[in-house]
Structure formats: structure tokens, C-alpha cells
Design a protein around this ligand. Structure first.
Ligand code: ATR
Length: 295
């Protein structure tokens, strides 16, 4: 399909964005659905964020994704934000109202994570004991979704103060008390009763695929599930070691696909072709069958 005067524009703003899988994923979905829409990587430095955001409606963009390092800094430029943004504290999707030019900030990372848990039949509720490894941006989306489910959440991070700060933020924006921070050296004691372990750190991410956030001295809890938000490689060292210990593991590709699908649906008003999006992500990662235009 060619680009013409009717082509609708979306994209991703971040720095850097060259490694983002989102352009391949969304353009494949648009092509599959025969929508005359295109998704562009938009590398924007922090000092230009305000100008870039203000230019979106002037340029006729229908929306954007927002990625590292702009997910928090973009919030003041929004005309409105959703409840998910309030409880996560970050925007990953912007919708531009085509009539008024007003900008709505959304967070589809939290919903993407919860949708993928459900898709993998990982039930979470009041009886769940969940250990979240890491306290960065991804941890915020994960913790907000988990806390809302009523599960008991423990945040463990190399820098304890960052874990404490997430917990304080969750408690301030949400009335639940079911989240706590513990130092990394207390991991062994909280891990013993964990039913779900979620890695939100970047440890194990390509090209440092030999790294793992799980200390060798800490036994994996029997019967637990490990969810790794890292999706490159598809099977991380954490997942391999957890599987060797008999645990079930799920990688982060589904969270990527479902956060993208939710953004697609917000922008286009149509149901996202999630199978196609997943296939093109796998292909871009060099892991899947080569999709054809028929897929
Ligand atoms: P993101 O937005 O992708 O979550 P981030 O905000 O940079 O990225 O957070 C990265 C997470 O990985 C943090 O929890 C970080 O721990 P610190 O808060 O102590 O920095 C964790 N992390 C990254 N490299 C790490 C390492 N070598 N050892 C332990 N934790 C690490």
C-alpha cells in the first residue's frame, strides 16, 4: 500500500527508538486490516519533547506511543488522562482528538500485562503472593495492575529506595495496603511463599542475555509461575533456570502485543489483529516463521 493524502499517521516517541518492535507490529496490523494508516519511529530527545508533543495535532497525527525516557515527562502536556495513568504514573499512549486536537494520555502497559496474564490463565486474586523484581517504569505498570487485583505484592529491587518509592506511590494513588517493599537480601524469605514472580528489571535483556535477576543462592518456590517482562530473547536465563527447577514460565511478548493492541483499538476504533501482531514481533526478533501477506 502506498502513502497518500488520506494516510493516517501514528508512531512512537522515545530516545532511542531504533530497536522498537512497535513499527513492525503496527504496520503489519494496518496492512492486514487494509487500513491506510502508517506507524513511524520518531526519535525525540528530552529537550524537544514539548515541541514534539505540541506539533502532533498540527501535523495531523492521530496518536502516538510514548516510550523511554518520556513516559512520565509527557504527562503535563496532556489535556486529559485516564485512571490507568493516574495509578501507574506514566503515559505510554496518546490519542489526538481529530476534531479538537486535544490530547488524551492513556496507559495500556498495565492492561496489556493483565490481559496477558489472563490469556495464559494465570489467575491473580487475594490468595496470590507475588514478588515483583525491579522498581523502574515497567514495575509501576505491573504493580498497579497486581495491587488492583487484591493480590499481596512485594517489590524487591537492587536500590531499595526505588522499591519504597513505588510502594509509596501505589499507596497514595490507590487505597489498597497490599503492597510492600523489601530489600534484596530478604528475597529468600519472601520468595518461599510466592505464587507468582514477575521480573520487570532489564536483567537478561539482549545483548546481556547471561544476566539474571534471581540470585543463585535463592531457591525457586515450588509450584510458582515466573513471568518475565523481557521478551528479547524469548526465553531468558531466568526462565530457563526456573523451568529447570520445575516452574512454569511466561515471557513478555504477550504484554508487548496486548499493550500495542489496546493502543491500536484506541486510535482506530477497530479490533486489533493480535495474532498478526504477535507473528510480526516474532519475525522481527528472528524467532518466528516468516509471515506472508496472507497471514
Ligand atoms: P524500565 O523503565 O524499563 O523499568 P528502569 O526504570 O531503568 O527501566 O528500571 C530498570 C530496573 O532494572 C530497575 O529496577 C533497576 O534496578 P535499580 O533501581 O537498582 O537501578 C534494575 N536493574 C538494572 N540493571 C540492574 C543490575 N545490574 N542489577 C540489578 N538490578 C538492575
Amino acid at each position: 500500500m502506498s502513502i497518500d493524502g488520506q494516510t493516517q499517521l501514528v508512531g512512537v516517541i522515545g530516545w532511542p527508538v531504533a530497536h522498537s518492535l512497535s513499527p513492525a507490529m503496527h504496520n503489519a496490523a494496518f496492512s492486514y486490516a487494509s487500513l491506510n494508516w502508517r506507524y513511524f519511529p520518531l526519535p525525540v530527545r528530552s529537550e524537544h519533547l514539548g515541541e514534539a508533543i505540541k506539533g502532533l495535532s498540527a501535523l495531523g497525527f492521530r496518536g502516538i506511543n510514548v516510550t523511554v525516557p518520556h513516559k512520565v515527562d509527557v504527562i503535563p502536556y496532556m489535556d486529559s488522562i485516564t485512571e490507568a495513568v493516574t495509578i501507574v504514573g506514566a503515559v505510554n499512549t496518546v490519542r489526538v482528538d481529530r476534531n479538537t486536537g486535544r490530547l488524551e494520555g492513556l496507559n495500556t502497559d498495565m492492561g496489556g500485562f493483565l490481559t496477558d496474564l489472563a490469556a495464559n490463565r494465570i489467575g491473580i486474586g487475594k490468595d496470590s503472593r507475588i514478588v515483583v523484581l525491579g522498581a523502574g517504569g515497567a514495575a509501576r505498570a505491573v504493580c498497579a495492575g497486581l495491587v488492583r487485583s487484591g493480590a499481596q505484592v512485594t517489590v524487591v529491587n537492587r536500590t531499595f529506595e526505588r522499591a519504597q518509592s513505588i510502594v509509596a506511590f501505589m499507596k497514595s494513588s490507590w487505597t489498597h495496603e497490599n503492597i510492600e517493599a523489601v530489600p534484596l537480601d530478604s528475597l529468600a524469605s519472601v520468595a518461599r511463599t510466592a505464587t507468582l514472580i514477575v521480573n520487570t528489571t532489564s536483567l537478561g535483556l539482549w545483548p546481556d542475555a547471561d544476566a539474571t535477576p534471581w540470585p543463585a543462592a535463592v531457591p525457586f518456590p515450588a509450584g510458582a509461575t515466573v513471568y518475565d517482562t523481557v521478551y528479547r530473547p524469548l526465553k531468558t536465563r531466568l526462565m530457563r533456570e526456573a523451568e529447570a527447577a520445575g516452574l512454569r514460565t511466561v515471557g513478555g511478548i504477550g504484554m508487548l502485543v496486548y499493550q500495542g493492541a489496546a493502543a491500536y483499538e484506541v486510535w482506530t476504533g477497530r479490533k486489533a489483529p493480535t495474532d498478526v501482531m504477535r507473528l510480526f514481533c516474532l519475525q522481527a526478533l528472528g524467532e518466528g516463521p516468516v509471515p506472508t501477506n496472507d497471514t
